[in-house]
Design a protein around this ligand. Structure first.
Ligand code: ATP
Ligand code: MG
Ligand code: MG
Ligand code: MG
Length: 480
């Protein structure tokens, strides 16, 4: 039952190509010539110059599937819908079609190609902003209303004004289209309506959600509505309508040349197609989980969060390696190293004390090898890179765990954590997490004390550098 994730991606690309879009190559995970972010986190990111007005060589209708890394989502990984690595299906209209064609195109893809039941689909639109003279996006809402009516599903509109209003009110029976304010349903590079940078294009967006039913709502999030994040509704896509530009005086003017930016979560659409709210059940992730189950002899049902994190982190690190990142102590390489080390530690907590990357990484590579030739081409090298990091961290881990064991029966202080990191290369989060796991008490103020010890060490080495530089002729070494 449901459509396989591989097929959803390939059918999406084909469907958009049939509709006049040019398939463009994906951008690398590490943005070229842009040091403002470590990773490419959306389909739009590498297309920004064209959304801001440059002419794209491939034309006005573009489509791709963009591998993304959002290190900022790392604390959410372990839930049913966030991964640090994911694929974003994207299509763009650069001064070509607008709301009507976009909404019809995406809804036809969801309902006719993937086969989602329209009864389970809910949408949001922008409520308007009187102070800035921006009307409610009735245009998008009424297109959606017609699309739903044509599909014969119940179709009301709820004038929810903000996340807080939604939290207070929830969803009433029959409602399907919701209005939210400029914190939720507005796109600009600044992230909200108020934060729209001067000179920038911007505009309302319309998000699409899949409803898994009230039993999926985590009650601690309150009443369910599309923007409540409580589990009943999962965001599967976002359509941005770039329709305005912010002027020097802070006001907004209508643009003559309007763009559409669409980004949809491949893994989430595939999960919705399966009728499962768990993205790890889809064809691009489940084989990794199965491999972890067989290696650990434990079941996913009992070790859900740990296995999700291991699978996500190894998948992300594999793709980073394909794109040329290597484990290191800075920037992208450091994030990659953290993903790998965290996967090893969690595997250890599942009883997997042996090296296991050589078993899992090929499984991951094989999931992408057919559709991403660069994965097939670099497969052996990627396995070697990850296995090498695993070997080196395994040694650190063993040494550190022995050193940590000596604190049994004592309180682990920030100074101790610093010593473990300084002399054993044992990362601080690791010391603290492992100490807790071993039942060693950790001092409440460990972080402050750690920071102090680190600062002292830095001051010492600054002093040493100054002395060193002063002692050299010509001051040539002063460049540090
Ligand atoms: P969420 O609110 O669920 O964190 P988002 O609003 O941050 O998602 P967008 O920036 O709108 O996401 O990205 C477009 C689409 O990409 C989302 O609608 C979602 O389907 C998907 N997506 C975003 N973040 C993730 C993630 N960490 N893992 C998997 N899919 C994601
Ligand atoms: Mg998010
Ligand atoms: Mg969102
Ligand atoms: Mg969104």
């Amino acid at each position: 039952e449901g459509m396989d994730a591989h097929e959803i991606r390939n059918r999406y690309l084909a469907f958009l190509e049939e509709n006049g879009h040019t398939l463009i190559p994906r951008a690398p995970l590490v943005p070229r010539g842009d040091t403002s972010t470590l990773f490419n986190g959306s389909g739009m990111q590498s297309l920004l110059p064209y959304l801001l007005g440059e002419t794209h060589p491939a034309g006005q209708r573009l489509v791709d599937s963009q591998p993304c890394v959002r290190a900022q989502d790392i604390d959410d990984v372990g839930d049913n819908r966030h991964t640090t690595f994911f694929e974003m299906l994207g299509n763009w209209s650069l001064g070509d079609y607008f709301k009507e064609e976009q909404i019809r195109q995406f809804s036809a893809f969801l309902f006719d190609v993937v086969g989602l039941d329209p009864e389970h689909v809910y949408v949001t639109c922008f409520i308007g902003d009187e102070a800035n003279g921006i009307p409610r996006d009735d245009e998008a809402a009424s297109i959606w209303a017609r699309v739903f009516a044509e599909r014969g599903v119940s179709n009301g509109i709820a004038a929810i004004g903000s996340q807080a209003d939604g939290d207070a009110r929830g969803v009433h029976p029959g409602e399907r289209i919701f209005f939210y304010d400029g914190g939720e349903n507005w796109w600009s590079r600044g992230g909200s309506l108020e934060a729209t940078p001067i000179g920038d294009p911007c505009g309302p967006d319309s998000e699409v959600f899949y409803d898994f039913g009230p039993s999926h709502q985590d009650a601690s999030y309150g009443l369910a509505h599309p923007a409540s994040d409580g589990g009943q509704f999962m965001e599967i896509g976002n359509q941005v309508f770039m329709q305005y530009r912010r002027l020097d005086d802070g006001s907004f003017e209508e643009l003559a040349r309007r763009n559409v930016d669409f980004g949809g979560g491949l893994e989430r659409i595939a999960a919705a197609s399966l009728g499962s709210d768990d993205v790890f059940r889809i064809s691009l992730l489940w084989p990794i989980i199965e491999k972890l189950e067989s290696l650990t002899g434990k079941s996913y049902d009992d070790e859900t969060a740990s296995m999700r994190i291991i699978a996500d982190h190894l998948r992300g690190a594999t793709f980073l390696a394909v794109d040329g990142v290597r484990p290191s102590n800075k920037e992208q390489g450091y994030v990659m190293r953290r993903l790998l080390r965290r996967a090893i530690r969690l595997a250890l907590s599942l009883g997997l004390a042996e090296n296991f990357f050589a078993e899992v990484v090929p499984v991951i590579a094989d999931l992408y090898a057919d559709d991403y030739p660069e994965v097939a081409a670099s497969r052996d090298e990627v396995v070697a890179v990850l296995v090498k990091e695993e070997n080196s961290f395994r040694r650190t881990l063993e040494g550190g765990l022995i050193a940590l064991g000596e604190y049994e029966g004592r309180v682990l202080t920030g100074a101790d954590v610093f010593r473990l990191s300084d002399t054993h290369g044992f990362p601080r989060e690791l010391s603290v997490e492992e100490a807790r796991r071993l039942g060693i008490e950790v001092a409440a103020d460990w972080e402050a004390e750690f920071a102090e010890a680190l600062e002292e060490q830095r001051a010492r080495s600054r002093g040493a550098t100054r002395l060193g530089a002063a002692g050299l002729p010509g001051g040539a070494a002063a460049s540090s």
